[in-house]
Design a protein around this ligand. Sequence first.
Ligand SMILES: Nc1nc2c(c(=O)[nH]1)N[C@H]1C(S)=C(S)[C@@H](COP(=O)(O)O)O[C@H]1N2
Ligand SMILES: [Mo]
Length: 414
Amino acid sequence: MTVDERAYDRRRLRQWLTGTARADGLGRRDLLRLLAAAGVLAAAPAARAAAAAPAAGIVKPLPADRFVVHGTNAETRWSALRDTGFHTPNDLFFVRNHTVTPAIDPDAWRLTVWGDGLRGGPREFGLDELRALPAATSDAFVECAGNGRGFYTSQQGETVSGTAWSLGAIGVARWRGVRLAEVLRLAGLGPHAVDVQPRGLDADYVSGGVNLGRVRRPLPLAKALDDVLLAYEMNGEPLPPDHGSPVRVLVPSWVGIASVKWVGDIEVSAEPLYSPWNTGLYRLFGPSYPEEGSAPLTRQTLKSAFELPFPAAFPVGRTHRLTGRSWSGAGRVRRVEVSMDDGARWQPARLHDRPRRGSWVRWSADWTPSAAGPAELLARATDEHGNTQPERAEFNEQGYLFGAVVRHPVTVTS
Ligand SMILES: Nc1nc2c(c(=O)[nH]1)N[C@H]1C(S)=C(S)[C@@H](COP(=O)(O)O)O[C@H]1N2
Ligand SMILES: [Mo]
């Protein structure tokens, strides 16, 4: 009967992965061991898509001077941000799609809020209903947990799985929508709710031959009730197709995966929930972490980027105004410093925005290169909690949360 049991177990595991079985009463450690033993969450090989390849399934144009395409994803070139304002224009905002951008009719769209954490049965909302509720606005970044992943390899010589992003998997927009707390209240949030799990309407995600079901990731109730929005506007326009039209979740300061696009339903659970996106994915695995991985990722790390081509070129002997941006998931950026001599001396950059939580700050610094040849520009930020970008980021197998100083290559020409 061993054979039958094994077959049943595999079926149950598949059901759980696609969201049709629950994992109640099962410890996270057991679940992870089970998943690892069945090999269903083996890391996908690093993406090697050519920069010139068209992105499958993204609706908006991706001109090569503004985006680098990685398979189904596209990152913003930092050189293209230089003359943009505080908010990333919608047509320049990076896209991270597990599959393809779905076509959803906003008039037919419904949001279902359901689960045993509600006092009563499911409650449905249409777009007009959400728009009629009190609106809230948030100037917040959405940043992929893997932003900067490529530097684990290029700067630290480490092999990690996943899309080899440079620093362009981030954007800041003015998001407008309704507070998730308000919608949960209207749906009849019960006293026993602990987890809230939004799920996207895009296609099932198949990784390494295993169907993981639709993109979904539980949020602890405390965060869901804090500053999370159901956003229907991005920079004053209806949410564009690639960014979750008609409604996405916006979870300020957290890893981008929490901000589920094209949300179709939200489960409110009286028991903790698991999905592939908070178990085998979006935890830190590696020698510095426990066998079952770190806790699920929440806040983003601290980063800085120059608004320059990568690599950049400057003529010698002239003064150049270097510009860039810094941000932290932990709180406000307090200080940004730059170094043009390999970190021997650091000079403060001028900040051009009042630093705010969950957002970035623009900065500038002048540089007069005195000798022709190769150079590296360094920028490092410190946040209000005293976190400063280190020289090296701690390795993890999936290359999440790269927070070290990026060495920006430059050629000084005579
Ligand atoms: N439904 C759904 N939501 C999703 C994703 C997805 O593929 N499907 N990708 C997530 C990830 S990993 C990131 S980083 C952000 C990217 O948001 P953007 O494409 O609007 O920049 O969306 C998140 N929400
Ligand atoms: Mo992401």
